[in-house]
Design a protein around this ligand. Structure first.
Ligand code: LLP
Length: 428
């Protein structure tokens, strides 16, 4: 028997407070060590849906959509559907008055199924296949963002388009998600824009405006101001200026939410100033947040499968969250379902997949007595988790469970073995 077992007060630790800005607003610590989100205890959801499962708090998504509209009342707020391409979420955001960015026929099919109004849909993508363009034209999407000269000939006269510009602004984020600089695959360089405008006019397309997207998980407002300077500096009178998305979400304690009010004030000021300087009317601003709308509304709950020195292994992994492996993304994790006053140690939460890089949360503080069967909740899993999930090791993808004021709705069901084998055409 250890000293801590004999005298529990020796080495005992108070449970850490909830890092409120990482979790959906209204997340509550319950007396038995459970966590309540959207009015529903996580242990109850684990019992009903099994683990792992992904939760999404509808109230939080809607509140964030309203916060964007409130901070930028004159702007068009376009949800970047790639961050969470789920029909129910598209529907909530259509109800909140947002527009939608899709980048494939598949995302468009989800938007169509959700009844998303076509005139509020924007089609993106550095490659738009013939199928993508056909689907967009048949649904009558409001705007298409041109990414290359090759796309121009495929569109029909009268189509409203924006031209995607690479403004040459480095957003200082991970190289895999930096898109505003030269030497990457997206958009027209500033020099090529006059020729793109000429060809758009020649093809009888209607130029709605210019677009740029600097990257993702951007923490600094000044890069957007610089993008305004460069794009408006082209001196083209345009109806709309789309500054893309990229607004950072906090993932771990100590990281702060994106300064949306600062963004709104500084970008409006820069836009007014640059338009006056270039003697052009002020275009309507468009922005395309993805992560900032949904990341902090999501939580993934795993069950601990095994404990090894320095590691806690759970029943999910890089198939439901490849972000640590892809971008070195950091996460935190919390024991739920029981209290523990055991001393806390630094451990790494790893997944069930057959690679050493299958890490979910590196160097997190968890109690020493975490054991197989415990539940761990990982916050900030609402963006690019469902979207990036795979069937690696033929593991089925987890369900996406919506919660809202005590009501539970399964938005996407768990993938079954039958689903996994459906496309394998091996003769019986
Ligand atoms: N607009 C365009 C044209 C985009 O390409 C993107 C994201 C967005 C808006 C939305 O960016 P957000 O506000 O979500 O940062 N899989 C990566 C993120 C890739 C972002 C791709 N484009 C990740 O998990 O971090």
């Amino acid at each position: 028997m250890t000293l801590v077992e004999l005298l529990p007060s020796v080495g005992a630790c108070a449970e850490p407070p909830l890092e409120k800005h990482l979790w959906p607003a209204g997340t509550k610590l319950l007396p038995q060590g459970d966590l309540e989100i959207g009015g529903v205890p996580l242990t109850r959801l684990a019992a009903r849906f099994g683990t792992p499962f992904q939760l999404l708090d509808e109230t939080e998504v809607r509140a964030r959509a309203r916060a964007f509209r409130h901070a930028l009342p004159e702007a068009e707020v376009v949800f970047a559907g790639k961050s969470l391409p789920c029909g129910s979420v598209f529907r909530w955001l259509a109800e909140e008055g947002l527009s939608l960015d899709v980048c494939s026929a598949g995302e468009l099919a989800a938007a169509r199924k959700a009844g998303f109004p076509a005139d509020r849909i924007v089609l993106h993508g550095n490659v738009k296949t013939a199928e993508d363009i056909k689907a967009a034209l048949s649904y009558g999407v409001g705007r298409i963002v041109l990414d290359s000269f090759d796309e121009i000939a495929q569109l029909v006269p009268g189509q409203r388009v924006l031209i995607r510009v690479t403004p040459g602004v480095d957003a200082h984020t991970h190289p895999a998600i930096t898109t505003g600089v030269e030497g990457q695959k997206f958009g027209f360089s500033l020099d090529a824009v006059p020729e793109a405008v000429r060809r758009v006019e020649e093809a009888g397309l209607r130029l709605a405006g210019l677009h740029c997207h600097l990257g993702s998980q951007i923490t600094c407002v000044s890069v957007y101001e610089e993008a305004v300077r460069r794009v408006i500096g082209l001196g083209l009178p345009i109806e709309q200026l789309d500054l893309g998305g990229g607004f950072a979400a906090p993932y771990v304690p100590g990281e702060q939410p994106f300064d949306l009010t600062g963004f709104a004030n500084r970008v409006h000021a820069a836009l007014g100033y640059e338009c006056e300087h270039n003697r052009i009317p002020v275009p309507r601003l468009m922005i395309e947040p993805g992560r900032a709308l949904v990341a902090n509304a999501g939580v993934t709950v795993y069950r601990v499968a095994a404990v090894k020195p320095g590691f806690i292994a759970v029943d999910g992994g890089m198939s439901d969250n490849p972000r640590p492996a892809l971008y070195g993304a950091r996460y935190t994790a919390r024991l739920v379902g029981r209290h523990s006053r055991a001393p806390r140690h630094t451990v790494t939460v790893v997944g069930r997949h057959c690679e050493a890089g299958d890490v979910l949360a590196r160097d997190v503080q968890l109690p020493d007595d975490v054991r197989a069967g415990d539940l761990l909740a990982v916050p900030v899993t609402g963006a690019y988790h469902y979207a990036l999930a795979s069937n690696y090791n033929l593991v089925g993808r987890p369900p996406l469970v919506g919660v809202c004021d005590g009501i539970v709705r399964e938005l996407v069901r768990r993938e079954t073995e039958e689903d996994l084998l459906r496309r394998d055409l091996m003769p019986a």
